[in-house]
Design a protein around this ligand. Structure first.
Ligand SMILES: Cc1ncc(COP(=O)(O)O)c(C=O)c1O
Length: 389
């Protein structure tokens, strides 16, 4: 039955409405593609102001990607050579990349088997005299248990930089993720809660110093004095930042798309929560070996990813794909076992057993915001066929 109705069911489909296309066309026609003076009205400035107002934080710097946001936020909170940053190994490699790019070392702690998030009870034992910061990753859109984590950080004098790349609009005890630590780094790449077309990112913070450093370092180190000097005297005054900087700017086309998508953020998160609640209900109604993801009572999940676990993961994945359903394994190699990271933060197999078991058993089912309830039922019907065999 499932095969008859099968349409190719991608694991993710980005949203692009006519309004977004018109906004892109309008930027392209304007001839103004980058934000020149960062304090003047522009798509980028409007997006920052709107996102900041949405989160209720004081400052936002819109950037090229989530990776750029994490990198600059780490620099801005003072991470440098010789420092250690505590994070998790069951995540996207760029989490380790940005720590390493600062000259620091990622130090991993294992995760909880049901939320896939940092096991906060393991953090204190990982702190050394070199530890400077903790980088919780709100995996799949579920909040890390931030109260005990912040308590440890404050007591031990550590900074906290939240990876909110999966969790725009998600909350912990009613508070938006990304506004609890010293800074939060968001991603707007095409498969995230909202996108800025292809790529995008943003740092949110209440610290003016962190914001200024991120925004200036994204723009070759230039800040107010540089631009104002040029405007008033036609001379370029000194850069704001006394070190080499980057071009991590978000362009105006990206910002124009992101501004419109932001208006849909709550609605899309709600649709995904509804779709995943349906998966949850249907997957409990027949005999299978699937473990469903947990949601703690204090978490308002973005449900960016609906990640199940099964010991027969590879066979089920193969069956779903044969039947036109595209599923994902994120992330199939823990960072500490990945070849490219051995000299920086490698560790032998068995060091992080929960993470390693997750890597062998997890699978992301499609649950994006344009997916209908019928499509969820269709995916589950195919899974039922697999478990009948
Ligand atoms: C948990 C996590 N952190 C950071 C990033 C990096 O974001 P970006 O792809 O926008 O650089 C990603 C991935 O896309 C991610 O999944």
């Amino acid at each position: 039955m499932a095969k008859q109705t099968a349409v190719r069911q991608l694991w993710y489909k980005p949203v692009m409405t006519d309004e977004m296309v018109d906004a892109v066309a309008s930027v392209l026609r304007s001839g103004k593609y980058i934000r020149s003076y960062p304090f003047e009205p522009s798509e980028g400035k409007h997006f920052e102001d709107e996102f900041r107002a949405y989160l209720g934080c004081k400052f936002a710097a819109n950037l090229q990607s989530g990776t750029a946001a994490m990198h600059l936020a780490l620099i801005a909170i003072g991470i440098g050579p010789g420092d250690e940053v505590i994070t998790v190994p069951n995540t996207f490699s760029s989490v380790a990349d940005v720590i390493i790019l600062c000259g620091a070392k990622p130090v991993f702690v294992d995760v909880e088997p049901d939320t896939y998030n940092m096991n906060v009870s393991l953090v204190e034992a990982a702190i050394t005299p070199r530890t400077k910061a903790i980088m919780p990753v709100h995996m799949n859109g579920h909040a890390v248990d931030m109260d005990p984590l912040m308590e440890i950080a404050r007591r031990r004098g550590l900074k906290v930089m939240e990876d909110v790349c999966h969790a725009a609009g998600a909350k912990y005890k009613g508070k938006f993720l990304g506004t609890i630590g010293d800074a939060g780094a968001f991603s707007f790449v095409q498969n995230k809660c909202i996108s800025a077309g292809g790529e995008g990112g943003l740092v949110a913070t209440d610290s003016e110093a962190i914001w200024t450093t991120c925004a200036a370092m994204a723009n070759h180190g230039r800040w107010k004095t540089w631009f104002e000097g040029h405007k008033q005297y036609e001379v370029y005054l000194a850069q704001h930042i006394d070190r080499p900087a980057y071009n991590y700017r978000q362009n105006e086309v990206q910002s124009a798309i992101a501004r419109i998508q932001l208006r849909y953020l709550d609605e899309w998160n709600a649709i995904r929560r509804r779709n995943t609640a349906l998966y949850h209900k249907l997957l409990r109604q027949f005999d299978n070996d699937i473990a469903l993801p947990a949601t703690r009572p204090w978490a308002e999940h973005s449900m960016l990813r609906y990640v199940i676990k099964t010991p027969r993961r590879d066979a089920l994945k193969h069956f779903l794909e044969e039947n036109g359903v595209h599923v994902m394994v994120e992330y199939g190699t823990p960072i500490h076992l990945d070849r490219g990271y051995q000299q920086y933060c490698g560790a032998p197999e068995g060091t992080f057993p929960v993470t390693e078991k997750l890597a062998r058993t997890i699978m992301t089912l499609p649950a994006y915001q344009t997916m209908t309830a019928d499509e969820v039922v269709h995916v589950v019907d195919i899974m039922k066929e697999f478990y009948k065999k």
